[in-house]
Write a protein that binds this ligand. Structure first.
Ligand SMILES: Cc1cc2nc3c(=O)[nH]c(=O)nc-3n(C[C@H](O)[C@H](O)[C@H](O)COP(=O)(O)O)c2cc1C
Length: 453
């Protein structure tokens, strides 16, 4: 297998594609229905995807024109529901698909969060992943107890300690044999096999024992999204999977090489880190049919909505700029990786706000690959080879039609070429990553240092 696949979604109406909710086939408004999530999970499992990756946002998008109006009009990441809650239902309707869910280290308390993830580890039978983000929206900060967003690098410093606390809780508090369930002795848990973590730090004090007994994975499969300089170092230390956003293979290559170098610097095997680039794939029986689908989708794309979304991602009010003047890199407290995407990452081209909005219409965050199954497979293969990514986060601009088209048309061709799996390696998400039998973090991962001894 050379290409791994995740499905990319958020529990909202407008995510990577803005305005396409108006397409008559779009079911985006059904994000509130359990049946929508179950159907999605079953489609992805039919395609032997590693996981469904659920993005999240904790605040409304209010940077564009200093207002939430444009975001509300197009349902752009507002309204949005909690990404964790549909997972149990999807797990009950599938056997192998993993669920990688975005949760912000900035706004959770590690003690309660560790228990939530272990609960999902139990209920999914080891199919849970965590996309670690530090969050980029000032609106989230204002509504979650801060007066303003913490500075970019401080959020990562806090995330670093957050990781230490959850590793101690997941790996170090309970021995594998702590639960004895001995009716004859009257002992359910052997107290000597459970230890307080005694964590005392800059941001967190957590003296006690983990509340949950260990899950199948103990530490969930760890993903990270955020490709600024500090973000890359964080990923090199902690990530098993990295989600990245790039529209050319050469740009992704820069990020992949950067994080792999950071992994080596952190004493890890660089091949332990797998990379996934966002890609939107519009596939038809023929190239012409696929191009016609794209043209149809493009008619619904919203330029103003795209400007509103990217203003919030980058923390730059694009309405205040000349739409036809090239954007320049500035250090913002937003997603710096996204600012780099349209400024420094591809020195051969400049981007104006108008060009960005038109470009991201159907496939925000990555390439839009259009064609017959053979054309699409050629292009995904070329992309993976040139960029060094291990796979793709496939977006769903007209949900769930784009996912279904991909699974019914592109996946058989990818499988025929031996590019994607035809069977799952095991039953857990970490086995999909590393192979049968590997359910726990690798020895070179920092979490391993906290194992119960
Ligand atoms: C491909 C990609 C996907 C991301 N997905 C999310 C997300 O779903 N939710 C979120 O709050 N932040 C997301 N982020 C941003 C993270 O919050 C990130 O930790 C933070 O903004 C720092 O990113 P940076 O290191 O690129 O500056 C994403 C970033 C990238 C590059």
């Amino acid at each position: 297998m050379r290409i791994r696949l995740n499905g990319l979604r958020q529990s909202t109406v407008g995510h990577t594609a803005i305005g396409l909710w108006r397409h008559p086939d779009s079911q985006a408004h059904r994000y509130r229905d359990l049946s929508y999530w179950v159907e999605t999970a079953q489609i992805l499992e039919r395609g032997k995807f590693d996981a469904l990756f659920v993005a999240d946002a904790l605040g409304p998008l209010d940077v564009y024109q200093g207002s939430v109006d444009a975001a509300l009009r197009d349902g752009i990441q507002t309204p949005t529901d909690d990404p964790l809650l549909p997972i149990s239902a999807m797990a009950a309707a599938t056997r192998n698909l993993g669920f990688s869910v975005t949760v912000s280290s900035t706004y959770e308390l590690p003690y309660a969060f560790a228990r939530k993830m272990t609960t999902l580890d139990h209920l999914t039978g080891g199919r849970i992943g965590w996309n670690i983000v530090t969050s980029a929206l000032d609106s989230a900060a204002r509504n979650l107890g801060l007066t303003r967003q913490m500075a970019h690098d401080d959020r990562y410093a806090m995330a670093e300690e957050f990781m230490e606390v959850v590793y101690k809780l997941w790996e170090g508090s309970w021995a594998d044999d702590a639960v004895v369930r001995s009716a004859s002795r009257g002992v359910f848990v052997e107290p000597s096999r459970v230890r307080p973590i005694a964590h005392s730090g800059t941001y967190y004090d957590v003296p006690g024992i983990a509340l949950s007994e260990p899950g199948v994975l103990r530490t969930p499969v760890l993903y990270q999204a955020g490709t600024s300089r500090v973000g890359r170092a964080f990923a090199g230390r902690h990530a098993e999977g990295v989600f990245l956003s790039a529209y050319l293979p050469s740009m992704a290559r820069t990020l992949v090489d950067g994080v792999r170098a950071e992994a080596v610097a952190a004493g890890r095997d660089p091949s332990s880190v797998k990379f996934f680039a966002i890609a939107t794939v519009i596939v038809g029986e023929t190239d012409a049919e696929a191009q016609a689908k794209l043209a149809d989708y493009q008619r619904y794309a919203s330029v103003e909505g795209a400007l509103a979304r990217w203003s919030a991602l980058m923390h730059i009010d694009l309405s205040a700029l000349d739409l036809d003047k090239p954007l320049e890199y500035v250090d913002t407290d937003g997603i710096r990786g996204m600012v780099e995407l349209f400024t420094t990452l591809d020195p051969s081209r400049t981007w104006t706000p108008r060009a960005i909005a038109e470009f991201v219409g159907v496939g925000g965050g990555g390439p839009v690959i259009v064609g017959s199954p053979a054309t699409v497979a050629d292009e995904l293969e070329r992309w993976a080879e040139e960029s060094g990514v291990d796979g793709f986060n496939i977006a769903d601009p007209v949900p769930p039609v784009t996912f279904r088209d991909f699974v019914e048309l592109a996946v058989p061709e990818l499988q025929r070429r031996g590019l994607t799996r035809t069977e799952y390696e095991g039953t857990t998400l970490r086995e999909s990553f590393y192979g049968a039998g590997e359910t726990r973090v690798r020895d070179d991962h920092p979490a391993a240092a906290y194992r119960f001894r």
